[in-house]
Design a protein around this ligand. Structure first.
Ligand code: HSE
Length: 310
């Protein structure tokens, strides 16, 4: 039997639309991600557990984990008879890399169970392909950090698909899911087809400057440059109370705040634990749809990524 845990992630990080993503883990030691267990079986079986299992498609063939299994079988030209159990702990359409968690955990688990017929790079390409099926376009900013851990820069060149870049180890990442769902493809379709020359230049400066600041350990410069010119201006209309909540978070002194991936989750950064608690309260009181469905977690960067657990 093999059990793989794949952590939640924040895509874009404001400054790197589709090219930056970070895996995260709550500082209280709890797990925030999906798990996949594989057991030997005479036939293929898919069982679904977890808090969000009822939000998954009713037809098994539409489940992304079934698609992972199917793609894997095609890739190695063989029907794999296994029992897969998905623990769907992540809310779907949350902007926290929920689909990436299922895809990454499933593909690693199948690969490990079969004694690794696919290499890491082949797996990552397959992960991107499956993520593309769900969101309409291939983007690696959730699957890469979820798989490889840390802060990942997507380069998408043959030998350099994604590279880990230094992260600020004293940053706390507060993420809040408001209890509503947004489809990534809808949040992508709302974006402009073209951007002005000024926006492109400013975006390049911010992203290049952020990478420079990461390598030179300049936390102040890095957080100042975490500005979203590409997605946030067009996506806030999908996010009730986002602008108001962000304003309050910045007012209490957060280093940065933005939309996690394609939303609706919000993220904020601070170095201070008391401020992290304050930000959590702001999110709960201003951004939650109601008191029952959402959650807020204070996290650190998960430097390991997907892993086998007992
Ligand atoms: N970069 C992707 C987007 C992330 O913003 O559409 C999706 O989680």
């Amino acid at each position: 039997m093999i059990k793989i845990y794949a952590p939640a992630s924040i895509g874009n990080l404001n400054v790197g639309f589709d090219v930056l993503g970070a895996a995260i883990s709550p500082i209280d030691g709890s797990l925030l991600g999906d798990c996949i267990t594989i057991q030997s079986s005479k036939k293929f079986e898919l069982k679904v557990l977890g808090s969000f299992k009822n939000d998954l498609p009713k037809n098994e063939l539409d489940n992304i984990v079934w698609k992972c299994w199917n793609y894997f079988c095609k890739k190695i030209n063989k029907k794999i008879n296994i029992k897969i159990t998905l623990e769907k702990n992540m809310p779907i359409g949350s902007g926290l890399g929920s689909s990436a968690c299922s895809i990454v955990a499933a593909l690693i688990a199948i690969n490990n169970f079969l004694k690794k017929p696919l290499q890491n790079s082949e797996l990552l390409i397959l992960m991107g392909k499956l993520e593309g099926i769900i969101s309409g376009e291939i983007h690696y900013d959730n699957v890469a950090p979820c798989y490889l851990g840390g802060l990942q820069l997507i380069i998408n060149q043959k030998k350099y698909l994604s590279e880990k870049i230094p992260n600020f180890t004293n940053w706390l990442w507060i993420v809040g899911w408001p209890g509503i769902k947004i489809s990534t493809s809808q949040a992508r379709n709302i974006l402009p087809k073209k951007y002005s020359k000024e926006t492109c230049i400013q975006h390049s400066k911010n992203l290049a400057g952020f990478i420079h600041a990461s390598y030179t350990k300049n936390s102040k410069l890095a957080s100042t440059l975490m500005q979203d010119l590409i997605a946030e201006p067009y996506r806030t209309c999908l996010l009730p109370n986002f602008i108001k909540t962000k304003k309050k978070i910045i007012e209490v002194g957060a280093l940065s705040c933005g939309i996690s991936g394609s939303g609706p989750s919000i993220f904020a950064i601070t170095k201070n634990t008391d401020m992290a608690v304050k930000i959590s309260e702001i999110i709960k009181n201003n951004y939650f749809k109601n008191k029952i469905d959402g959650f807020v977690k204070i996290c650190k960067i998960d430097t390991i990524g997907a892993r086998e657990i007992g």
